[in-house]
Design a protein around this ligand. Structure first.
Ligand SMILES: *[C@@H]1O[C@H](CO)[C@@H](O)[C@H](O)[C@H]1NC(C)=O
Ligand SMILES: *[C@@H]1O[C@H](CO)[C@@H](O)[C@H](O)[C@H]1NC(C)=O
Length: 330
């Protein structure tokens, strides 16, 4: 259902300008480097202009995620919604997924385009890859200098260190052993940042089981999402048609040479966001015990990317409500 997300966010993209990119992430020594999902390394890094230098920087807003406009990795100007699954598979194919085991320190190179791409950045983990479930917060060391996402730095690269937890269980992507790490700052115009894939070293490729996939959906969220999607549908169709015009296509075709620069931190403070660490890894915990009557798969007509398959509460009334709402809405 990510295509619907792309449609509904198209109208928003024009007004967004975003101000940092995750251009290189190095985990275990000798393993490949990852690149931020949706980041195009061919785009110039020596300017602060929206076009080209901000085209691939990512904005990740909780409100947009909740409204089903984007997924948990947000959007950028070139692509709209960052399709985590697609980008991760592309990274696997390109041999560009860094590796990490428990406690591994990841060196994350962040390119700050302009003032509000500054720190502090906070990072978290999606152990199932792209389910929208943030399973743990991560420790960030050597944060990008800044306060409230602002500093006077521009077109400069910073290296921060993101530490993988002692306990985690990556189950994402086709290989079943890839997590997504997400980092974002606290700029009011943002938050800006991005996501990248990490392959778990102490775990072989595995095949997932549909019955053990957890869910984040509940009846309230599902119905709210269906209502928003239905309301937005006509505007989204129009935005999609506009995005196909020659002018819009030309604007999206932004390729310039990369010119990364690394420099010392500026005079802004280096802060650390206080987060709660050590949440139990929630990966493939099967919460569906006893919930055998849940036949909602296939009833998903309302544009619901999260799917209805994992009704953790096994609540029959809840299922009836969902099905009734879908029937009324369609
Ligand atoms: C930025 O880098 C590109 C590619 O190296 C170069 O063509 C361009 O002149 C540079 N622009 C500025 C403002 O330095
Ligand atoms: C991350 O830290 C924040 C701030 O302490 C907390 O509200 C949130 O629940 C934590 N998330 C997880 C997944 O532990």
């Amino acid at each position: 259902m990510s295509s619907f997300k792309v449609l509904s966010m198209a109208a928003l993209v024009a007004v967004a300008s975003a101000h940092s990119q995750l251009i290189k992430i190095q985990g275990k020594a000798g393993s490949p480097a990852s690149v931020g999902l949706g980041v195009d390394l061919n785009i110039a890094r020596n300017c602060t202009t929206i076009n080209p230098c901000q085209q691939d920087s990512t904005i990740i807003r909780d409100a947009e995620i909740q409204q089903n406009i984007v997924n948990e990795c947000g959007r950028n100007e070139i692509e709209g919604n960052i399709d985590i699954g697609e980008k991760t598979e592309n990274a696997i194919a390109a041999g560009a997924v860094t590796e990490a085991g428990p406690g591994q320190e990841l060196t994350v190179t962040l390119h700050q385009v302009n003032a509000d791409g500054a720190g502090p950045y906070a990072c978290d983990l999606i152990e199932q890859g792209n389910t929208g479930i943030i399973t743990q917060n991560l420790t960030v060391k050597n944060n990008v200098p800044g306060a409230n996402g602002f500093s006077q730095e521009k077109f400069k690269d910073f290296e921060m260190t993101v530490v993988m937890p002692q306990k985690f269980d990556c189950t994402g992507a086709s290989t079943g052993n890839i997590c997504t790490v997400r980092c974002r700052n606290n700029a009011q115009a943002g938050p800006f940042g991005g996501c990248f894939p990490v392959k778990q070293t102490n775990k072989a490729a595995q095949t997932n089981n549909a019955k053990t996939i957890p869910t984040k959906s509940n009846i309230k969220a599902v119905l709210a999402q269906v209502a928003v999607d239905q309301k937005d549908f006509n505007d989204a169709v129009a935005a999609n048609q506009n995005a196909g015009t020659a002018e819009a296509k030309a604007a999206a075709k932004v390729i310039a040479e990369s010119n990364g620069q690394v420099s010392a931190a500026g005079t802004f403070p280096t802060q650390t966001v206080s987060v709660q660490l050590g949440a139990a890894a929630t990966a493939p915990a099967n919460n569906n015990g006893g919930n055998r009557g849940n036949n909602n798969a296939g009833a998903n007509r309302g544009g619901n990317g999260a799917g209805f398959g994992g009704n953790q509460r096994g609540n029959k009334q809840q299922k009836r409500d969902i099905l009734r709402a879908l029937r009324m809405g369609n």
